[in-house]
Ligand binder design. Structure first.
Ligand SMILES: *[C@@H]1O[C@H](CO)[C@@H](O)[C@H](O)[C@H]1NC(C)=O
Ligand SMILES: *[C@@H]1O[C@H](CO)[C@@H](O)[C@H](O)[C@H]1NC(C)=O
Length: 341
């Protein structure tokens, strides 16, 4: 049975590698993701990058079918960009000196009192998946995700908040708009400003404009208005770095938590589904901010449920399940932060 599968897969791969089939896949992929390129040079380059990624995806998924990986890759909307480009354009999180914040107030909760699994999506504490586009604004999506959860817990209403508000208005607090920012400085702005607007009042503007890199880096003028104010926090807490047990018990007792991760690997960019477990995902190389919305265990393997801001075409409808209790894989517990109302 296994041999038959492998042979069929091989036949499929030989078929796919032949040019007319590749052309067809490419045309379908472009339509699916609304890709339009400025000129022939650009199109040829994007096609070459996409094809390289296609080979990577096919090879990886074949290995996954042989049991060598616990997750699959796919040709999502990022598949026509190189890892270097993506890391440059999406590199959005600035790392702060955690040292200044750490406090011994977080006690380890004994294992038995912490639930085996948590999924805050089921309790309605998590808003729809969004897409930051080619703007390094992950810090805004991540910090607001944790705040949306706390507000929902408090008021009973889930209101998506405005990352554009933070991108345009929090430079004074040390953030750099589309060039990156800090989770903590997003909260500092909201505390100083006494609020943040809702997404519907102050909508996001940096939609994925294909390769219009320069334009996507321009930050707009601050247009915050108290009329659109839909959220507030008075403080924030940073968890001790690298402790997945404390992160687990805090997710269980508090709600969704903003975290930093290493999102530099191609396998992360092209992640499609399953349990992401890549031992080379160095917890010290952090460049991205996301939101932990829960955790669980599948066939004896622990994972975190993580919400990204790369749209629903990426991962499991915009989410990734990342291996948990694997020595702080990808730095998931390196810098967890949550706001208090
Ligand atoms: C083709 O498009 C790319 C990206 O949009 C641009 O950088 C380049 O200058 C264009 N080349 C020509 C020959 O127009
Ligand atoms: C840490 O805790 C001490 C009390 O033990 C408190 O005085 C201090 O303000 C706290 N620091 C931070 C950054 O929360």
């Amino acid at each position: 049975m296994h041999t038959l599968c492998a042979m069929l897969l091989l036949a499929f791969m030989v078929f796919v590698y032949s040019s007319p089939a590749v052309n067809k896949l490419w045309e379908e992929w472009k339509i699916k993701h609304g890709k339009v390129y400025d000129n022939q040079t650009e199109l040829d380059f994007r096609r070459a990058v996409w094809e390289k990624n296609m080979h990577l995806v096919l090879r990886h998924n074949q290995e996954a079918s042989e049991g060598k990986h616990s997750f699959t890759l796919g040709l999502n909307h990022l598949a026509d960009m190189t890892a270097e480009e993506l890391n440059e354009k999406l590199n959005c999180l600035k790392l702060e000196n955690t040292f200044n914040f750490i406090n011994g107030t977080f006690k380890k909760v004994s294992g038995s009192s912490v639930p085996q699994s948590v999924d805050w999506r089921k309790a309605g504490l998590v808003g729809p998946v969004r897409n930051q586009g080619l703007c390094g604004s992950c810090w805004a999506f991540s910090s607001l995700g944790a705040l949306e959860g706390q507000l929902k817990k408090h008021t009973g209403v889930l209101v998506p908040l405005s990352p554009q508000n933070l991108v345009d208005c929090s430079t004074k607090d040390g953030n750099l708009g589309c060039r990156g920012g800090y989770i903590t400085k997003a909260y500092s702005y909201i505390i100083r400003n006494r609020g943040v607007d809702s997404e519907s009042f102050y909508p996001y503007e940096h939609k994925l404009k294909q390769h219009n890199f320069l334009k996507s880096f321009e930050n707009g003028k601050c247009r915050y208005s108290i009329q659109g104010n839909a959220g507030y926090c008075s403080n924030f807490h940073i968890l001790p770095s690298g402790d997945e047990k404390i992160l687990q018990s805090t997710v269980a007792s508090v709600g969704p938590i903003a975290v930093a991760v290493n999102a530099m690997l191609e396998s992360f960019h092209l992640y499609k589904g399953g349990l992401y477990d890549v031992t080379s995902c160095n917890p010290k190389l952090i460049n991205h901010a996301v939101l932990v919305v829960g955790y669980g265990t599948d066939a004896g393997r622990d994972y975190w449920i993580v919400k990204n801001s790369w749209g629903t075409a990426w991962g499991e409808g915009g989410y990734i399940r990342l291996a948990r209790n694997k020595n702080n894989l990808c730095g998931i517990a390196s810098f967890p932060v949550y706001p208090t109302l």
